[in-house]
Design a protein around this ligand. Sequence first.
Ligand code: SAH
Ligand code: SF4
Length: 345
Amino acid sequence: MDEKPFRATQLARWIYRAAETDLDQMRDLPATLRKMLADYTVNPLQITTRLSSSDGVEKLLVHSGDEQVFECVLLPYAKRISCCLSTQLGCPMGCTFCATGLGGFDRNLGPGEIVGQYLLLQGFVNEHSDRPDLRAGRIGHVVFMGMGEPLLNYDNLLASLRLLHDEVGLSYRHMTVSTVGLVPQIRDLAKSGLPIHLALSLHSPIDEVRSRLMPVNNRWPVAEVLDAMKSYQRTTGRKITIEYLLIDGVNDTIEQARLLARLVKGVPHVVNLIPFNYVDTEQGFRRPTRENMRAFRRELEARGVNVTERVERGHDIAAACGQLAGRHEGRFARRRVSVALPVSG
Ligand code: SAH
Ligand code: SF4
């Protein structure tokens, strides 16, 4: 547009730092430029539904014109605000316990659609700055634990991480990417040198059990994926997070707690225990009992494992992975697709 470079800086500040979408509010831009920019869309996303949980969690169902909905979640904590973003429309990994996986896969989300979720949520925070739990004013933490497998959308994920760092101004240390365990991409991510947190969804230390839960394990079994995580740890110096979803009678046995402890021995780590969030599955998976969860945790701790338990939030609005978009019906429903793509690499 033959504009001076500092105009781009001003515009980027409005879009990324202020989360402003209304060009008329960008007062330091000349009216002529604002008029030219009116042909473009600032944020590609539109909100179809907002759900508020009694614990302050907000969930947005969004789409970018094709009416296929995906979701992002705002998570206020005592001293900080975090959010959970989606990276794909659906997911092709086919994990048997996951509502997103059961709904199939449509497409990758672009960087504008990924960062756009952050900006919509930040816009919500700006509009509700009087809420005590949003006093921090700014979403300082981002987790990639919404719909989709982030490392299958590698280039767009990296572009998004860089935008969140360079333009929005977040620390890489406050970004967490959760993966099902794609070994080549884990190694690439280590080489990229971005000091983000990486979390592996392990869910069982035993190959037969893990393969039953996560087809990806047939391609990269436990030993291989742990090896990649360990070298990620050595290269980046960051603790690794192991996510462990507990399903009644499947992976909550004391034997698996022992094997898990052995796997993480000597590696700086955190094991995050997550009780299965009910999804109607073919296998009839159920939540573990409180006693089994406690015994599993105790066994890990007795063996020196650093354990945290995921505090469940937004239960009343089904804020967990893919649950709501999967259930949503009507015009803005996710169209069900039946093919699960083969895992390449
Ligand atoms: N695809 C990535 C990130 C998105 S899923 C991954 O799988 O890691 C984020 C987390 O939610 C993963 O640890 C996943 O295993 C977990 N999850 C999926 N379905 C769940 C359910 N029904 N209950 C509890 N956690 C679930
Ligand atoms: Fe995809 Fe993660 Fe769900 Fe598995 S758990 S199907 S990788 S979103």
